[in-house]
Design a protein around this ligand. Structure first.
Ligand SMILES: Cc1cc2nc3c(=O)[nH]c(=O)nc-3n(C[C@H](O)[C@H](O)[C@H](O)COP(=O)(O)O)c2cc1C
Length: 304
């Protein structure tokens, strides 16, 4: 099932970069709920995030929601994790002191899922003892804090305070959501779905295999860091993002594809509903319909 990531955007100049973060998370099939402080909305509009996330963006604790009865509680309960990015000096101070005076800070207090804080600000602000003390305090409470990148800042100064690259933030998110990376470096081939055996160019024999188990195994292997080849017979499922997807039709084709990839794989998992029989003589043209009920079409089946 897709994990739900809450993205809390506060009023820093790097707020616009979070559009890329939301877009990339959505492309990787995460459910994303965006919350913005009033300050954040001065830098980029909620409409941008509504469009990218496909969900209502909440900016105000008093805002009536068409999705929720008590929005700050139901959002907090829905989250698998919360990311505060960029986190302003102001918002860091509010989090460190449990102040809940807007929607995002109230969700932060109500939230029990893991939190990743991504500070971004001018170097002098970042190095201010009060900001540093607040960050240490938050870390001591168990919240994760990313170190800002060093480089040219929006105020033209050069120093520590830039928002880390979006891909680095995504990496941290994945470490939290998928902590078990015990399959990193492994290549796993999974087969799934049902194989189909042709009778003629329009008819075939298959079975009721759904492919669900194989697709779930492939997703789990991906989440745990493996490189995945998914060899799939017929299903109605969408292949997991990140897997090398090879659709096949018949048992013979599945076998051929798997044998060709076998040497490069560390693990092979067979979850496909492979048919046990195939038609010995596939008709080259569509077989004519039998005229009478008593007419018989006899198919000779052989093992696959
Ligand atoms: C142009 C501009 C850029 C700003 N950039 C930052 C920033 O990168 N980091 C930061 O901590 N504050 C920054 N601020 C200050 C915050 O917007 C200000 O402290 C605000 O109260 C933060 O509100 P919020 O934490 O509720 O979003 C900036 C302000 C302006 C006007």
């Amino acid at each position: 099932m897709a994990k739900t990531v809450g993205i809390g955007i506060t009023g820093g100049i790097a707020a616009y970069k979070i559009a890329d973060l939301v877009s990339k998370l959505k492309k990787e099939d995460y459910e994303v709920i965006v919350m913005m402080t009033e300050g954040a909305t001065k830098f980029i509009t909620p409409l941008t995030f509504k469009t990218l996330s496909g969900r209502e963006v909440i900016t105000d604790v008093w805002q009536e929601s068409y999705e929720r009865k008590v929005p700050h509680i139901s959002v907090a309960e829905e989250l698998d994790m919360l990311v505060i990015a960029p986190a302003t000096a102001n918002f860091i101070a509010k989090m460190a002191h449990g102040i809940a005076d807007d929607f995002l800070s109230t969700v932060f207090v109500a939230n029990t899922s893991p939190v990743q804080i991504v500070p971004s600000m001018n170097t002098k602000m970042y190095e201010n003892r009060i900001v540093q003390d607040n960050l240490v305090k938050l870390e001591n409470y168990g919240y994760k804090v990313m170190t800002p990148a060093t480089g040219k800042l929006a105020c033209d100064a050069v120093g520590k305070g830039r928002l880390p690259e979006v891909d680095e933030i995504i990496e941290e998110i994945k470490k939290i959501l998928h902590p078990k990376q015990d399959l990193k470096g492994k290549k796993i081939m999974v087969n799934a779905g049902t194989t189909c055996e042709d009778i003629d160019p329009v008819r075939f024999i298959c079975n009721r295999g759904t492919g669900k188990m194989g697709y779930c195994i492939a997703q789990e292997a991906l989440d745990r860091g493996a490189e995945v080849i998914l060899v799939s017979g017929r299903t109605h499922l969408v292949p997991p993002k990140g897997a090398k997807f090879i659709p096949v039709w018949s048992a013979d084709e599945m076998c051929e594809v798997m044998l060709s990839h076998q040497p490069e794989c560390d693990v092979i998992i067979g979850a496909a509903a492979v048919g046990d029989f195939k038609v010995s003589n596939i008709a080259g043209q569509k077989l004519k319909k039998t005229e009478q009920e008593s007419d018989k079409l006899i198919l000779e089946l052989v093992g696959t």
